[in-house]
Write a protein that binds this ligand. Sequence first.
Ligand SMILES: NC(=O)c1ccc[n+]([C@@H]2O[C@H](COP(=O)([O-])OP(=O)(O)OC[C@H]3O[C@@H](n4cnc5c(N)ncnc54)[C@H](O)[C@@H]3O)[C@@H](O)[C@H]2O)c1
Length: 386
Amino acid sequence: MRLAVLKERRAGENRVAATADTVKKLIALGLSVAVEAGAGLNAAISDADFAGAGAEIAPDAASALAGAGILFAVQAPEPEVRALIARGTLLVCTMNTFGDPTLVEALAAAGIDGVAMEMMPRITRAQSMDVLSSQANLAGYRAVIESAGAFARGFPMMMTAAGTVPPARVLVIGAGVAGLQAIATARRLGGIVSGTDVRPAAKEEIKSLGAIYVGVEDDETAKQTGPYAGQMSDAFRAKQAELMAATVAKNDIIICTALVQGRQAPVIVTSEMVAAMRPGSVVVDIAADAGGNCGATVPGELIVTPNGVQILGYRNWPGRIAVASSQLYARNLLTFLTTFWDKEAAAPKLVETDDIIKGVLLTKAGQIVHPNFQPVAVAPAVPSAA
Ligand SMILES: NC(=O)c1ccc[n+]([C@@H]2O[C@H](COP(=O)([O-])OP(=O)(O)OC[C@H]3O[C@@H](n4cnc5c(N)ncnc54)[C@H](O)[C@@H]3O)[C@@H](O)[C@H]2O)c1
C-alpha cells in the first residue's frame, strides 16, 4: 500500500506530516511512501532526507497521490487537492470542522475515509496520538519566546554596576497544556510569573511550577472537574473581569491560552484592560485561531495599540516552531497508524467499536459515521387540518 505526504498549502502552515524518521518506520510496516517535492522544506527536512529514508519524491501532489491508499496531512487538503484523492483513500490529518462546516459532507461525498486527529479522545491509551497536546505544548513555549523578543526590557532581573533592570511580570491565562508550558518557560527565563484558570486542578499545577495562582474560586469553578473547561456564566465572567482588570495592569506580558472546546475562545482581557497597561507591554494571544482571549486581538496580525502595547495575534502557533512540531505531529500520526495496522493484510484496520476510532473517524465508505456530524433529521410536514 502506498502512503502519500503532500506539501501543506494553507497560508502560514510550515509543518509537514512525516519526517525522515517516521518515513523509515512507515516503510518498515510494509508501506511505500511518496513525498511531494519540497514538502519538508519549511520544517528543515530536505527532499534528500526523505529520499535517504526510502521515500519516493514525487514532483507534484497528483503524482504523489497516484495509487495512494493513505494520505497523511497536517491540515485537511483544500478542494483542489481533494479532487485528486481517489475514493477509498484514508485521510489522516486535523480537520477544521468548525471553520469549514461543509468539510465532513465533502469528504463523504468524495468517498474519502477521514480521520480527525484533533478529536482524539483524552484517554491514557491515546496520549501518544494526542496532537492537541503535542502541538499546544510547543505553542506555549513559542509564545513566551516571541513575547521575550517583542519585550524591549528582558525577563530576568539584572543587577549591574549601572543599575538594576527589574524582572518581567508575566501573566498566563489558561493553564492547560500550552499554558503550563508557557509558565515553565517564562519561569526559566527569569520572569515573575502568575497563572489563572477556571479548573480547580490547574491551581496546584500552576503553583507546582513555582508560579503565583490568581483566580476566582466559587461554586461554578468547583464544578470544572473535567479535563476541559465549560463555558462560564455571565456572573462568573463579571467577577473574573474585576480580578483581571487589577491583575493585567500589574503585568508586563500576558500570554493568552484559554480555550473552551467547540466554542469561541472566552474574552478575558478586554480592550479597556489593554488601554490600562504600561507602554512596551506585550500580549501574546495564542487563542487567536478561536477568536482570541484579548478583545483587542486582530487574528493573524501583530498590532500596536495607541498606548504602545504590542498584541501578537498570529494564527497557527505550532507552525511557528515547525521543526519540533512536525517531529511530534509526525510521531502522533505514525503511532495512530501503527496502532491500527493489520500486519497480515498489510493495511489499516479501523475497528469501529474501538473508543479511539469512535472518536476520530468522521467518514467511511461514502457515509458520515461520526455521531457529532449526523445530518439533523427534519420532521415530516404535518398536513394542515384545513
Ligand atoms: N490524555 C489525557 O488524559 C489528557 C491529555 C491532554 C490534556 N489533558 C488535561 O486536560 C487539561 C486541559 O487541556 P488543554 O490544554 O488541551 O485545554 P484547552 O486547550 O481546551 O484549554 C486551555 C485552558 O484554558 C482554560 N480555560 C478555559 N476557559 C477559561 C476561562 N474562562 N478562564 C481561564 N481559563 C480558562 C482551561 O481550563 C484549560 O486549562 C490539561 O491540563 C490536562 O490536565 C488530559
